[in-house]
Design a protein around this ligand. Structure first.
Ligand SMILES: Cc1cc2nc3c(=O)[nH]c(=O)nc-3n(C[C@H](O)[C@H](O)[C@H](O)COP(=O)(O)OP(=O)(O)OC[C@H]3O[C@@H](n4cnc5c(N)ncnc54)[C@H](O)[C@@H]3O)c2cc1C
Length: 243
C-alpha cells in the first residue's frame, strides 16, 4: 500500500470558469504512468475525513511535482475546498500514483483514440503531454465533448499540441453553445460521430475513454458496434452525472 504524504501547493491556474489546475510539490515524488491518479484526503478538526481520486494531468517526464485539474461541483465537498479554500503554500495530504489499467505508454506506438467528456480530459491530457515529451508520432485523435467553448479545458494548450503537426488531430463537440460560424460537431457523442473520428485510425487503435458514466458507456458501446474489439477499449468513470 502506498503511503500518504503531504504535498505543498506550488501554483494554482484557472483553466475555465469552473476548473483550476493545482501544481503540487511532492516530498516523495514517484514517476507515474500517464492515466494514473492520486487519492486526496482532507481531515477536519473533529477528525472527519473525506477522500477523493484525482487524475494526474502532468506528464511523467516532469519530476518532483504533479498537476491535478479539478472541476468545482457546486455542492461538492472536496472540489469546493480546492477551489475556494486552498492557496499557494498550503499543504494537502495525498497518496499515489495509483492504477495500472487506464495507462498509456508512448512506447506502445499504435494508433491512439482518446475520448473525453468535461474533466475526463485530465488523464488524457497526461497522455498527450507524455506523447509530446517522448516525441511520439503515432496517429492520435482526441474527441472532446464540452458544454460550451469556454468549458473546453486546456483549449489553448491543445491547439498548440495540434499545431506541432506530429500526427495529433483534435475534434471538439459542444453540446450547449458553440462559437459563431462553428462548423464542427455540436451534439452529444453518437455512433455517427464515433465512426467518423475512429475510422481513419483503423481497427488496431487503442482507445481510452474518460468522463461522466453515461458518456463513457455510450462511447464504449458505440465503438464496439462499429467494430472495435472490447479488449482495445479502456474506460475510466469520474462520476454519476455531469457533462
Ligand atoms: C479515478 C478517478 C479520477 C478522477 N479524476 C478527476 C479529475 O481529474 N478531475 C476532477 O475534477 N474530478 C475527478 N474525479 C472525480 C472526483 O474524484 C470527485 O468525484 C469529484 O471531484 C467530486 O467530489 P466532491 O467531493 O467535490 O463532490 P461530492 O461531495 O462527492 O459530491 C457532490 C455532488 O456531485 C455529484 N458528483 C460526484 N462526483 C461527480 C462528478 N465527477 N461529476 C458530476 N457530479 C458528481 C454527487 O453525486 C453529489 O451530488 C475522478 C474520479 C475518479 C474515480
Amino acid at each position: 500500500m502506498i503511503d500518504w504524504q503531504i504535498a505543498t501547493v506550488k501554483a494554482i491556474k484557472p483553466e475555465t470558469p469552473e476548473v483550476k489546475s493545482f501544481t503540487l510539490a511532492l516530498p516523495d515524488w514517484m514517476k507515474h504512468r500517464a492515466g494514473q491518479h492520486y487519492d486526496v484526503r482532507l481531515t477536519a478538526e473533529d477528525g472527519y475525513q473525506a477522500q477523493r481520486s484525482y487524475s494526474i494531468a502532468s506528464e511523467p517526464e516532469r519530476a518532483r511535482e504533479i498537476d491535478l485539474t479539478i472541476e468545482r461541483l457546486a455542492d461538492g465537498e472536496v472540489s469546493t475546498y480546492f477551489h475556494d479554500v486552498l492557496a499557494v503554500g498550503d499543504r494537502v495530504e495525498l497518496r499515489g500514483p495509483i492504477g495500472g489499467y487506464f495507462v498509456w505508454e508512448a512506447a506502445l506506438n499504435a494508433p491512439l483514440l482518446l475520448i473525453a467528456g468535461g474533466s475526463g480530459v485530465v488523464p488524457l491530457m497526461s497522455m498527450l503531454r507524455h506523447r509530446r515529451a517522448a516525441r511520439a508520432i503515432n496517429p492520435t485523435r482526441l474527441l472532446f465533448s464540452s458544454r460550451t467553448p469556454d468549458d473546453a479545458i486546456y483549449f489553448d494548450e491543445l491547439e498548440k499540441l495540434r499545431a506541432a503537426n506530429d500526427g495529433l488531430e483534435i475534434f471538439y463537440t459542444f453540446t450547449r453553445e458553440r462559437p459563431p460560424e462553428w462548423k464542427g460537431y455540436a451534439r452529444r457523442i453518437d455512433n455517427a460521430m464515433l465512426n467518423e473520428v475512429a475510422k481513419p485510425l483503423g481497427k488496431s487503435a487503442r482507445v481510452f475513454i474518460c468522463g461522466p458514466t453515461a458518456l463513457v458507456e455510450n462511447a464504449a458501446n458505440g465503438l464496439v458496434q462499429i467494430g472495435i474489439k472490447p479488449n482495445q477499449i479502456k474506460t475510466e468513470r469520474f462520476g454519476p452525472t455531469g457533462t
